[in-house]
Design a protein around this ligand. Sequence first.
Ligand SMILES: *[C@@H]1O[C@H](CO)[C@@H](O)[C@H](O)[C@H]1NC(C)=O
Ligand SMILES: *[C@@H]1O[C@H](CO)[C@@H](O)[C@H](O)[C@H]1NC(C)=O
Ligand SMILES: *[C@@H]1O[C@H](CO)[C@@H](O)[C@H](O)[C@H]1NC(C)=O
Ligand SMILES: *[C@@H]1O[C@H](CO)[C@@H](O)[C@H](O)[C@H]1NC(C)=O
Length: 348
Amino acid sequence: MLLPLLLLPWAWGARTASPPLPPASVTLQLLQINVFHNTSSTDMEGMALLGDLETHSMDCSTCQIRFLQPWAQRGLTPKEWQDLELLIHHYLFNFNRTVNRIAQQQGMAYPFVTQVSVSCEFHPNGTSRGFYEAAVNGEDFISFDADAGTWVARQGDKLALYTRDLLNHERSTAITLQFLLRATCINELKSFVRYGNESLERQERPVAMVFARAPPPAGTPASLLLVCRVTGFYPRPIRVAWLQDGEEVGPGGRLSSSGILPNADLTYQLRSSLAVEPGDGHSYACRVEHSSLGGQSLLIPWEQSWGWGPGLAVGITLGALAVAAVAGVLWRSRRRGYQDVRPGESRA
Ligand SMILES: *[C@@H]1O[C@H](CO)[C@@H](O)[C@H](O)[C@H]1NC(C)=O
Ligand SMILES: *[C@@H]1O[C@H](CO)[C@@H](O)[C@H](O)[C@H]1NC(C)=O
Ligand SMILES: *[C@@H]1O[C@H](CO)[C@@H](O)[C@H](O)[C@H]1NC(C)=O
Ligand SMILES: *[C@@H]1O[C@H](CO)[C@@H](O)[C@H](O)[C@H]1NC(C)=O
């Protein structure tokens, strides 16, 4: 089907008042990746994220904490950072030893990779939660229930059950971990939020455009997709809706969304599409609500008359007629030309 990608000029459109987006929870997450090459060689990499900001990293050529944000060192005294580094070294040493011990006892094949996420989140209503989750070779393996203070196997195999039982016998580790997740992590989180507030509260305004394109060949309910492309916004929470004659189109088969995807510059993008019939007589607009817009929303109308509407269809038809007419004239004049040239005659 011949339906060119129609890029329409986008507009900021009318700004209308909109209710504020609900405040989001904040998360502090420590990620730890170990590659166990063999019983005597392990590589470790770690990083800390506050929300979606990378704040600290550690790689164990030196096993020193590196600060990735100007404010990342604030909130703890140099002595406290030193103690924290020691605590992490101690933890990593025990982690390595325990994993190697389990691997050898259970005959695990080297090499393998472990991923650990230690995190806590603080909700706007003042409650918080902590998580310790571990994966082996990319699959959930075991996690720690911080409320109950017990380990839970995330898969039913012998190795995960064995590890769960082994760790559940180490009561002192469980109590320490509970304290780290419920108190230490939350205190650090609050401190980083205080010093990093400007980075966290960074506001980048979305840029939005609306265009139409042919739907993919299979399984689409209509012959035209209106696409609303919204990009360059920060923070992540956003609301994008399609309006038909001013009414929000409800969820269903006509709507689809890419989900929120990261850009390389720590902003986000999203595409929302609506399937429509060309020339159906309705008006369509994309509405974008984001915290950077100061309580207003962007409204980008779909300018049907400029695009794949009757206007364009007539344009294409006229264009096709013109091409056909020119071709016909050329063909007739060539035929006449041949007919005019008779044997024995020369062309003037
Ligand atoms: C263990 O793996 C490391 C890194 O791949 C390698 O350099 C070392 O020779 C290996 N050691 C043994 C005992 O296989
Ligand atoms: C990890 O543990 C193994 C065996 O217990 C040991 O040989 C190795 O040196 C340890 N590696 C690190 C980085 O601690
Ligand atoms: C607080 O908010 C979180 C996240 O929105 C929710 O899961 C939790 O149930 C809330 N707790 C209370 C006591 O309202
Ligand atoms: C961040 O917090 C500091 C100290 O609490 C305060 O002085 C500053 O105004 C805050 N900045 C923003 C952008 O909220």
